[in-house]
Design a protein around this ligand. Structure first.
Ligand code: ZN
Length: 185
């Protein structure tokens, strides 16, 4: 199913702050990743959410796609509707820490994410990138994650249509399913 688009910008109840800043590239807002449950230490077993997500079901973890080395997951606190992240399973902080296979699959899944978002929501543009280090706005700096944020002109987007009638967890569950179905095979 195609996600409906509104004809004018609307408030995103519970999804984001519907102000003028939403039209700007504000990477600091991307710090809010998968809850405020930040890791308690540097290791993979220290409460890192990106290490914990793959052990959950797709539905509970909001996992959209599981690759061999890398997975795609919906952001629990999206900058924009459909905001997802492409994440290596391995707990590494820096892009230069990725091995060749991880680097390749991170790039491939980023492409697939764009394809899925275009198919599902008619995304007109994207902001894609890595916040490397806390000083650069990374919320979970210890485990790198590539943001893929769909953009629309004026950022009218697809969630407000149902956003007025559903609570956020249901919105995210619906978005996850739609993107998983639209993911290239
Ligand atoms: Zn981790």
């Amino acid at each position: 199913m195609l996600l409906g688009m509104t004809s004018e910008p609307e408030q995103q109840d519970g999804v984001g702050e519907p102000d003028g800043f939403q039209r700007l590239w504000t990477p600091h807002r991307m710090a809010y990743i998968q809850g405020e449950n930040k890791p308690t230490g540097p290791g993979a077993g220290d409460g890192c959410p990106f290490c914990a997500i793959p052990a959950k079901s797709d539905e509970d973890g909001l996992v959209i796609h599981r690759g061999e080395h890398v997975y795609a997951v919906l952001n629990l606190y999206p900058y924009n509707s459909g905001h997802l992240m492409v994440v290596p399973y391995r707990h590494v902080a820096d892009y230069t820490d990725l091995d060749a296979a991880e680097t390749l699959e991170l790039a491939e899944l980023t492409k697939h994410a764009m394809t899925a978002l275009r198919a599902a929501s008619g995304a007109q543009g994207f902001n894609i990138g890595l916040n490397q280090g806390s000083v650069a706005g990374a919320g979970i700096a210890a485990h790198l994650h590539q943001h893929v944020v769909p953009r629309w002109g004026g950022d009218m987007n697809f969630m407000p249509v149902v956003g007025h009638t559903k609570v956020l967890p249901q919105l995210l569950a619906d978005t996850r399913k739609i993107l998983a179905d639209a993911w290239p095979r």
